[in-house]
Design a protein around this ligand. Structure first.
Ligand code: NAD
Ligand code: MN
Length: 492
């Protein structure tokens, strides 16, 4: 059996999909030959099977990454940057195929998958530019000393990514880690392994040295081999807060590898009476329904000031009902299916819970009557702040709306959460915007916009939403380099 399969896309085009583990620059079968199925969430049908990494496979990947580290991490940094730029070019060349893979496997609309692909190339290109601009410091520490500080790569990094933005999370992880000179063993999510394997083939084509980038497919078990490995020096994880705890525990119990976590959220999206109402509705809609609500920073708690509450609710309902839910390969589609049956069931359970608890369904509240894991955009009103649907991350197209009186009120409501990933503020009063932005305990505050990213802007969580930052300067200098102080005593 080979490790490449020809796959036919819904538009009739075919492409070559690697299905092996990517270790030491080759696509290989797993040691025990085990595979697992990959599904199309729009049809509930199997797309293909990919090889599953066991402990022995992770070991081989780590060995390859270790062997590659010295030359890569302490070699020519301009060369590292050039390769990352070449990979970004390749991703752009193959954009349509990559976007199609993403739509097929994750279910996101093709029109939005194309944006993910461009953002992925942008991110890798941005960090390619950093590769030869990493430098340390010389500090004054007394005239009897010469003291300099190097910024060195950490070594072999483990990276575990989720299924909601399979290619983009791959790019956020590998871009800064490779630019800074680390080598990688990355695990994709079990439901969406395909786009990263395809990108690995592109990395192979542009000539990355063997072992620099290794990609293993598998479930949580494979992730555990990485998080508990004794010679992996850092773990970067994106996913649920519950799994984040496991990751940190495994790091502590093994070799105290460094940990960065990008976890869940329950982000407030606040609309003041003085906001541009139609724009606020637009960003509230985008804030929750973008990517089927499978977004860690989704604006899943909407707070609306009392004077505009009724009008806003009416407008948001009308807007939500205009979202085209359906086939991701249809250019008009805005919302595809949830990515897996597990997620669908989880979301329906939350909806049931909301209804049982006495919340009012304004629109949606059920599965779409067709094959695939589609859920109608859902709005809950008449909620109380202690309800599960207000407290817990649903990770689907389900939003709650709460009325508030004034600035002090809404700051309290917004901060009443264990999370702290993001928040939205909609107002035309700059003083109010800055005051509220200062008071909200979250890593990202969006004013008059939402789900709005840039590769120079660090992203990450306060509280239980995570540790560390991705993107921007922090996303490479803090996350993927470590300072080394060299203190020389002068003989004077
Ligand atoms: P998860 O956190 O369990 O999975 C994320 C990744 O971690 C996957 O690659 C998975 O295989 C891996 N993993 C699972 N258990 C592991 C372990 N013990 N050690 C190492 N790696 C492990 O998320 P999930 O179960 O797919 O989804 C559950 C919920 O998580 C969702 O409903 C959502 O609320 C949240 N989530 C958040 C994000 C985010 O971007 N912050 C992404 C995905 C899911
Ligand atoms: Mn899980």
């Amino acid at each position: 059996m080979s490790t490449i399969e020809t796959i036919t896309l819904p538009n009739g085009k075919t492409y070559e999909q690697p299905t092996g583990l990517f270790i030491n620059n080759e696509f290989v079968k797993s040691q025990d030959g085990k595979k697992f199925p990959v599904e199309n969430p729009s049809t509930e049908k199997q797309i293909t099977e990919v090889y599953e990494a066991g402990e022995a496979d992770v070991e081989l990947a780590v060995e390859a990454a270790e062997a590659a580290f010295d030359d890569w991490g302490f070699g020519d940094s301009t060369h590292r940057g050039r390769l990352l730029n070449d990979l970004a070019d390749k991703i752009e060349e193959h954009a349509e195929t990559l976007a199609s893979i993403e739509s097929l496997n994750n279910g996101k609309p093709l029109s939005l998958a194309r944006i993910d692909v461009q953002l992925s190339a942008d991110c890798i290109r941005n960090y390619g530019g950093w590769a030869n601009k990493i430098y340390g410091d010389v500090v004054d520490s007394g005239s009897g000393y010469f003291n300099y500080i190097r910024r060195e790569p950490i070594g072999v990094c483990g990276q575990v990514i989720p299924w909601n933005f399979p290619l983009l999370m791959f790019a956020w992880k590998i871009g800064p880690a490779l630019a800074a000179g680390n080598t990688i063993v990355l695990k994709t999510a079990e439901s969406t392994p395909l786009s990263a394997l395809y990108a690995a083939k592109l990395a192979q084509e542009v000539g990355f040295p063997a072992g620099v980038l290794n990609i293993v497919s598998g479930y949580g078990k494979t992730g555990q081999y990485i998080t508990s490995h004794m010679r992996i020096k850092k773990i970067a994880f994106t996913g649920s807060t519950a799994t984040g705890r496991h990751v940190m525990r495994a790091a502590a119990a093994s070799n105290l590898k460094k940990v960065t976590l990008e976890l869940g959220g329950k982000s407030p999206n606040i609309v003041f009476e003085d906001a541009d109402l139609d724009k606020a509705v637009e960003f509230a809609n985008l804030g929750i329904y973008f990517n089927s609500g499978e977004v860690c920073c989704a604006g899943s708690r909407i707070y609306v000031q009392e004077g505009i509450y009724d009008t806003f609710l009416e407008k948001l309902k009308a807007r939500a009902e205009k979202n085209v839910v359906g086939d991701p390969f249809d250019e008009n589609t805005f919302q595809g299916p949830q990515t897996s049956r597990i997620q669908l069931d989880r979301i329906l359970q939350y909806i049931e819970d909301g209804i049982q608890g006495g919340a009012k369904v304004i629109t949606g509240g059920k599965r779409v009557d067709r094959e695939g894991y589609f859920v109608h955009p859902t709005i809950f009103a008449d909620v109380t702040e202690d309800m599960k649907i207000v407290k817990e991350e649903i990770f689907g197209p389900v939003v709650t709306i709460t009325k508030f009186k004034n600035v002090e009120d809404v700051i309290k409501l917004a901060n009443d959460t264990e999370y702290g990933l993001a928040a939205g503020i909609h107002t035309n009063d700059i003083n109010k915007a800055i005051h509220v932005a200062n008071k909200i305990r979250a890593g990202t505050i969006w004013v008059n916009t939402y789900n709005d990213f840039h590769h120079n802007v660090p992203f990450g969580g306060f509280n239980q939403s995570g540790i560390g930052r991705e993107l921007g300067k922090e996303g490479i200098m803090e996350a993927y380099t470590q300072p080394k102080s060299v203190r020389i005593k002068l003989d004077i």
